[in-house]
Design a protein around this ligand. Structure first.
Ligand SMILES: Cc1ncc(COP(=O)(O)O)c(C=O)c1O
Length: 398
């Protein structure tokens, strides 16, 4: 079923490209909106009546913040979460009207003015930020208060949480919309730090209650916490990676069925057969063992395929895995397609995603690179157009 769907998508792209030539591009990132919607439905079913903040920072982890944000709201997300004011303004300029929370800190009166001008909801993390915001606002405005329960990044120290929240609540122009914290190790199979952060968050909420303070919303969970334990859901979950089909770690795969949203593909621009001992690409880091069919493909490290993957990368051509050989260059790389003699120029190689029965996930690249799959998907540059596709339609995003 999934395969049939992907072939329909793919067929639609090819057909359109043949007809108009419009989509005949050298390399692109596909964003599968059906997969995104499916993932959101799965997550919403999993959280029941709790609210969802769709985290669309960093251009929705490389997938395109506007289209992802719009889809998430259509599918029932209550808030969108971004890291910076610029990211929030981008969504407003594109016409999105939903509540948008800035997850990064807001420090200056000028930033507060931007918050007001674009109706964004700031996160405040220190007493100074609370006072700056309160003094710079010209009317009452929603804000979110962040407590550091052990992440060590943003937030008021958990032992000072009650005074911090009380300070914000005494500022007439601040409408405290939520109190939240962020987890450092929710993706680890068993984590004492997670237990400790949870207990600290519980203690903060208990202390607030004892002080007669009931924030409208409390939230703690990222994707990993959302998947692993409903006790961590509170009133709302803040989900990024899982929206995009990225599991926090392999052990989370049996908790929820998620589908990868991003595919990366590029065209073969030249084919040649070379003899044994033939040096390939810069530095001749690779030499052929015997006669070899080489395919040059129009994607490189300037597009987001890290040069560090040289000689360790695979692509899928005509549903078969083939190795990449030699150094990955800025705009191009080379595949050994000797196992597929019938392959032609302008055919498509898949670097991330599915082609036929084969599938390459971002976690495979991440493992080879010694990083996480989030960094892989965020690494696709705007040099590559995003092509959004649904069951049977294709449209260019950027
Ligand atoms: C404050 C905050 N909440 C939620 C998230 C979403 O995390 P994830 O993508 O693991 O769901 C992030 C992302 O780093 C974040 O910074």
């Amino acid at each position: 079923m999934a395969l049939a769907r992907s072939l329909i998508h793919w067929g639609a792209i090819l057909q359109r490209s043949r007809v108009s030539g419009e989509l005949k591009r050298r390399a692109w990132v596909e964003v599968d909106l059906d997969a995104l919607k499916y993932n959101i439905e799965q997550i919403r079913r999993h959280i029941g009546l709790k609210s969802l903040m769709a985290v669309v920072k960093a251009d929705a982890y490389g997938h395109g913040a506007v289209v992802v944000g719009q889809t998430a709201i259509e599918c029932g997300a209550r808030y969108l979460g971004v890291a910076t004011l610029e990211e929030g303004v981008q969504l407003r300029e594109a016409g999105l009207g939903s509540p948008i929370v800035i997850l990064g800190a807001i420090n200056t009166p000028a930033e507060v003015q931007t918050v007001l001008d674009w109706n964004l909801q700031p996160t405040l993390c220190t007493p100074k930020q609370v006072l700056t915001c309160a003094e710079s606002l010209t009317r009452s405005h929603p804000v979110h208060l962040k407590i550091d329960t052990g992440m060590g990044r943003l937030g008021a120290p958990w032992l000072e949480a009650v005074d911090f929240v009380r300070l914000a609540r005494t500022q007439p122009r601040l409408q405290v919309e939520s109190v939240y914290s962020h987890l450092a190790t929710a993706d680890e199979p068993a984590s004492e730090v997670l237990d400790q952060q949870y207990l600290r968050f519980v203690a903060v909420l208990d202390a607030l209650k004892a002080a007669g303070i009931a924030p409208p919303l409390t939230h703690l969970a990222n994707s990993a916490a959302t998947l692993r334990n409903p006790e961590l859901h509170y009133d709302m979950v803040r989900v990024g990676g899982a929206l995009y089909g990225l599991y926090p770690a392999p052990c989370f795969k049996n908790l929820l069925d998620l589908r990868p949203v991003m595919q990366v593909r590029a065209r073969i621009t030249q084919l040649k057969t070379v003899p044994a001992h033939f040096g390939v690409s810069y530095g001749h880091l690779y030499r052929t063992d015997g006669p070899t069919r080489l395919a040059t493909v129009a994607i490189g490290y300037a597009d987001g395929v890290p040069r560090n993957l040289s000689g360790r990368l695979e692509a899928i051509v005509r549903g078969k895995r083939v190795p990449q050989v030699g150094a990955i260059t800025m705009d191009q790389l080379i595949l050994d397609v000797s196992s597929i003699p019938e392959v032609c120029e302008t055919e498509i190689a898949t670097f991330l995603g599915r082609d036929g029965d084969e599938m390459i996930g971002a976690e495979v690249w991440a493992q080879a690179l010694g990083t996480i799959h989030y960094e892989v998907v965020c690494g696709f540059k705007h040099r590559l157009p995003r092509v959004v596709h649904r069951s049977s339609t294709v449209r260019q995003l950027q």
